[in-house]
Design a protein around this ligand. Structure first.
Ligand code: AMP
Length: 284
């Protein structure tokens, strides 16, 4: 496994790989890696000749400075894990490498409401920061395929829209959410949960699953299902920000009489000081 901190060194590696006709898969991360991230590496290794993982805690996507400060940083363990999973290249840029003083041009994009709801509504500016860093990383790496998790479903749809709007020849692959045995979606933030909140946190997956099952059984009152789920989350001691049954493509509030081809059920809740998100989707 090779690792690079500077773009110039990564470029040397990439031009050689391309000259040899090798395909490149890329998984962007913010580190504090776990089995969820490794599923991205695994999928990329299966579909490409070379796999690149970036570790960069992107300051522009944190709307809360305290969250950025408390974000776990575990680079040595991350490198061990990537080595164990035979990742080919790790890109570990500093902030000045990604955001040079002379700046770089980010194109104007229109996400048509995708960025206004759910995470976008509760974390103003978050997706502008995500789009900016992913655009920059894609410009540096120019992969054939990009690997992102279903865990961040809204982020996936926004990056999908960005690739589409810019007509970038990059295939975006959605990797299924990897969960702990009790259903809790793996997240770098889970390590900050107190033992009490760790025990209660699976309520998110349980309430998503119950909601999905109710829809499959024919339940039509989506707003009532959302209300029941929020109550269950509150009863478990977590504080829900939203629990939303949305159209899986537009991310706007779904209605049973609507024409949605896919529904996505998304939740965000505070478990003490830690904000958790999760989702499930259903193709109709
Ligand atoms: P992050 O480091 O949290 O920015 O995540 C980097 C990538 O890993 C994103 O595409 C996430 O959606 C994905 N990811 C994070 N957690 C999981 C998980 N539990 N299962 C699958 N993918 C995940």
């Amino acid at each position: 496994m090779q690792y690079f901190k500077r773009i110039i060194d990564l470029h040397k590696y990439l031009s050689e790989a391309r000259a040899n006709g090798l395909t490149i898969g890329f998984a962007p991360t913010m580190g504090a890696l776990h089995a969820g991230h490794m599923s991205l590496i695994h999928d990329s290794k299966q579909q490409n000749d070379r796999t690149i993982c970036s570790i960069f805690v992107n300051p522009t996507q944190f709307n809360d400075p305290a969250d950025l400060e408390k974000y776990p940083r575990t680079v040595a363990e991350d490198l061990d894990l990537l080595y164990d999973h035979a990742c080919d290249v790790v890109f570990l840029p500093g902030v000045a490498e990604i955001y040079p003083q002379e700046g770089f041009h980010t194109p104007e994009l229109d996400f048509e409401g995708l960025t206004d709801v759910m995470e976008g509504a509760f974390r103003p500016g978050h997706f502008a920061g995500v789009a900016k860093v992913v655009y920059r990383l894609l410009n540096i790496i120019r992969p054939d395929r990009l690997y992102m998790g279903q865990k961040d479903y809204q982020q996936w749809t926004i990056i999908h829209s960005m690739l589409d709007q810019l007509q970038l020849p990059i295939e975006l692959v959605m990797c299924t959410t990897v969960r702990e045995p009790d259903g809790l979606a793996m997240s770098s933030r889970n390590r900050r949960l107190t033992p009490e909140f760790r025990e209660q946190a699976p309520i998110l997956f349980e309430s998503l699953s119950a909601c999905l099952e109710a829809i499959l059984e024919g339940s039509k009152d989506y707003r009532h299902l959302e209300k029941i789920a929020k109550e269950a989350i509150l009863t478990a001691g977590l504080e829900p920000e939203y629990f939303q049954i949305a159209d899986g493509y537009t991310l706007q509030v779904a209605h049973p009489a609507g024409l949605s081809k896919r529904l996505v059920i998304c939740v965000a809740a505070w478990a003490g000081e830690v904000r958790l998100i999760d989702n499930l989707y259903l193709d109709l």
